[in-house]
Design a protein around this ligand. Structure first.
Ligand SMILES: *[C@@H]1O[C@H](CO)[C@@H](O)[C@H](O)[C@H]1NC(C)=O
Ligand SMILES: *[C@@H]1O[C@H](CO)[C@@H](O)[C@H](O)[C@H]1NC(C)=O
Ligand SMILES: *[C@@H]1O[C@H](CO)[C@@H](O)[C@H](O)[C@H]1NC(C)=O
Ligand SMILES: *[C@@H]1O[C@H](CO)[C@@H](O)[C@H](O)[C@H]1NC(C)=O
Ligand SMILES: *[C@@H]1O[C@H](CO)[C@@H](O)[C@H](O)[C@H]1NC(C)=O
Length: 326
């Protein structure tokens, strides 16, 4: 029994060694199946004369030098990047086929004529960069489109016609440091980006239809990264309306109380319909108030009720104060 087991073990380990040796050969030389994979990928493209030298009589790579147009090759002679830019390409980006390129880390198809929905790049979980700028991609991006892409650092989707909300799976990418969504039709609020606020190498969501407050984690960025979205507010753009109102009213109220108490002290208890402007100490403060006040009761326990009406926004503030006593 024991002997048989040992023989089995030996065979087993020889087999393992054999496969390891195969793997080493496979890793250190150009993968022959890359030719078939790339040619299959090309067969889904059209207007592809720029890729005329993609044919099976040569290898795509010779070490780090690409023989076929538009490829980046690694030191093992495998394709790690597609750089198919400015080629007038159309047709389908067949991600299922590309997923057969085991060394592939980056896809750039910028400045072509691709249409339709976002290619399902998350089928290649190892990608570091996805560059789709200036095509005619359209439509909403599914919420989970970027799920599992834990290596992804660089995303360029600018200059397309993507719409709908910025997918939360994109905002959640742990290594994201470059994001350009400029010049699409993204709408809704900017989701929270939990990455290090100082880690951004590039961030631009300008010229979309985004609205609502800019998340605090992005407030350090340049205002030009957010311009061209009518509804965005908050740092680094102008303050959001609700918080602006609160801040202005609070400032004005402080000034008002000082002013009103002085006025009340000077003119005693019988003030009605005082129209006042907030003092011009703060040049940003342009709010006008109408003061409606009345003193109820007499003597030291008299209470002055006054209503503060912000004439512009018609906001009423009710503020009970003790009457000034002589
Ligand atoms: C393959 O590409 C080479 C250029 O790299 C070209 O000279 C040759 O004609 C091509 N062969 C075919 C069958 O397309
Ligand atoms: C190479 O391409 C030619 C023309 O497309 C084809 O006839 C031939 O079978 C291919 N050879 C291999 C080894 O794939
Ligand atoms: C590959 O590159 C080496 C060294 O740069 C060169 O000597 C060789 O001719 C190249 N092979 C092909 C097929 O281009
Ligand atoms: C086809 O590609 C060429 C460049 O290779 C480009 O000039 C041309 O505009 C493209 N045609 C279409 C219809 O996109
Ligand atoms: C964002 O893109 C717009 C439009 O191209 C540009 O004007 C602006 O300078 C860019 N801002 C940043 C921070 O990249």
């Amino acid at each position: 029994m024991v002997r048989i087991n040992k023989a089995y073990d030996l065979n087993h380990w020889l087999l393992v060694l054999f496969f390891l040796a195969q793997l080493c050969i496979f890793v250190s030389s150009s993968d022959p199946s890359e030719i078939q994979t790339l040619l299959k990928f090309k067969s889904f493209l059209s207007n592809d004369t720029a890729l005329d030298n993609w044919n099976n009589s040569t290898n795509p790579c010779n070490g780090t030098t690409n023989i076929w147009a538009g490829l980046y090759c690694d030191k093992n002679g495998n394709v790690y990047g597609l750089k198919l830019q400015n080629m007038g390409l159309m047709g389908i980006i067949d991600i299922d086929t590309l997923s057969g390129l085991s060394a592939l880390r980056s896809i750039s198809i910028m400045n072509n004529n691709f249409e339709g929905p976002l290619p399902s790049a998350n089928k290649i979980g190892a990608l570091i960069g996805v560059y789709l700028s200036n095509n005619q991609f359209t439509g909403e991006i599914p919420e989970i489109a970027f799920e599992g892409m834990n290596q992804l650092k660089n995303i360029y989707l600018d200059g397309n016609e993507f719409s709908g909300e910025i997918p939360s799976s994109l905002a959640a990418l742990p290594k994201l440091t470059v994001l350009d969504l400029q010049g699409n039709q993204f709408s809704g609020e900017i989701p929270n980006f939990p990455q290090d606020p100082n880690g951004w190498k590039h961030f631009n969501v300008s010229n979309n239809q985004l609205e609502g407050p800019i998340p605090a984690s992005l407030s350090n960025l340049d205002a030009s990264a957010f311009v061209g979205n009518k509804g965005l507010c908050g740092k680094p753009l102008t303050p959001c309306k609700s918080s602006m109102k609160t801040t202005k009213l609070k400032n004005s109220l402080d000034q008002f109380e000082h002013y009103a108490m002085t006025t009340l002290y000077l003119s005693e208890k019988q003030l009605l319909h005082i129209i006042m402007k907030t003092p011009n100490q703060d040049p940003r403060s342009t709010i006008q108030f109408r003061l409606l006040s009345a003193c109820v009761g007499f003597g030291p326990t008299s209470v002055l009720f006054f209503l503060l009406l912000d004439i512009k926004t018609s906001v009423l503030i009710f503020n009970p104060q003790f009457c000034a006593n002589d």
